[in-house]
Design a protein around this ligand. Structure first.
Ligand code: BT5
Length: 263
């Protein structure tokens, strides 16, 4: 758990004004939560080379070996809890734009929290990044949000996950400059986050929808209590997926989407 550096990125206005870097943590989310409770400001970044207990949604594990970018950001936006998915969109866009700019790859989103790339042109998309948005509120507005970004850069993907997951190195065939990508991700996040503070989610939602791998597709969504099948029609201003089912339109807040190819 040794801290290796404390620095800042000069280009950033809010995001990355304070950056805490570690060689190894249990989870950057846990570290960030402790720092948030101590009052560290909006935009504080916690980053680690490896995580021993990296977290996905719903208590799932996030594999975090050396070579990836594993980071969490403390955010203190003045929003209601139901607006938290907007932050997930900001995180997804920041990662996607940074990857696209650095590698010229086509990047897409699988609602609600996956960033996808393609191993070969014309092939199927696989998960290169997962976003985890955790919120703390005392009933009223959000107290703070911890957003976690897990990006597979130069790390190896375990064989059990390779069918659906990929790292940038797997596609490019060589290591990428991790610091350069990190700086770009934080710059993009800063841009989208300040845009959100000034103008709301409008432009963010438009860009996010434009890169969706799900909209217009037949989908199967595993929700905690049920499975929803239908056509993904839209994503609303709160980040919910609107699905046309046989029983009418449904608004889905969270779940695991499988894209069902049409025969
Ligand atoms: C996510 O969950 O995709 C959110 C992942 C967030 C990770 C970041 S890393 C920095 C910060 N600190 C943390 O502790 N977490 C955040 P979910 O949609 O539930 O996906 C989890 C599933 O993705 C797992 O059950 C595996 O199937 C798969 N998976 C695990 N590790 C992966 C990896 N490195 N790359 C791609 N897929 C992975």
């Amino acid at each position: 758990m040794e801290r290796v550096a404390r620095s800042s990125f000069r280009t950033s206005r809010i995001i990355g004004r304070k950056v805490f870097s570690y060689l190894r943590v249990t989870s950057t989310q846990d570290k960030a939560r402790k720092f948030a409770q101590k009052g560290l400001p909006d935009g504080t970044v916690i980053i680690a080379e490896t995580q021993t207990q990296g977290k996905g949604r719903l208590g799932r594990r996030w594999v975090s070996p050396r070579g990836g970018i594993w980071l969490s950001i403390i955010l203190r936006p003045e929003i209601a809890p139901m607006e938290a998915p907007k932050i997930t969109m900001i995180g997804s866009l920041a990662v996607a734009k940074a990857i696209a700019e650095l590698t010229r790859m086509e990047v897409k989103f699988k609602w609600p929290n996956d960033v996808l790339i393609r191993p070969i042109a014309g092939g199927g998309f696989k998960k290169v990044c997962g976003v985890l948005t955790e919120m703390v509120s005392g009933g009223g507005p959000v107290n703070y949000i911890i957003i976690g970004l897990g990006i597979n850069v130069n790390n190896r993907i375990p064989a059990t996950l390779r069918a659906k997951s990929i790292s940038l190195k797997d596609v490019i065939g060589r290591n990428l400059p991790k610091q350069k990508l990190l700086r770009k991700v934080l710059e993009k996040f800063d841009k989208y986050y300040s845009d959100f503070g000034k103008q709301g989610v409008g432009r963010i939602l438009k860009e996010y929808k434009g890169m969706s791998a799900v909209l217009g597709k037949e989908v199967n969504i595993e929700c905690p209590d049920k499975i929803i099948e239908g056509k993904a029609l839209d994503i609303d201003e709160y980040g919910a997926l609107i699905v046309q089912t046989d029983d009418g339109r449904k608004r889905v807040i969270a779940g695991d989407v499988t894209i069902v190819s049409k025969i």
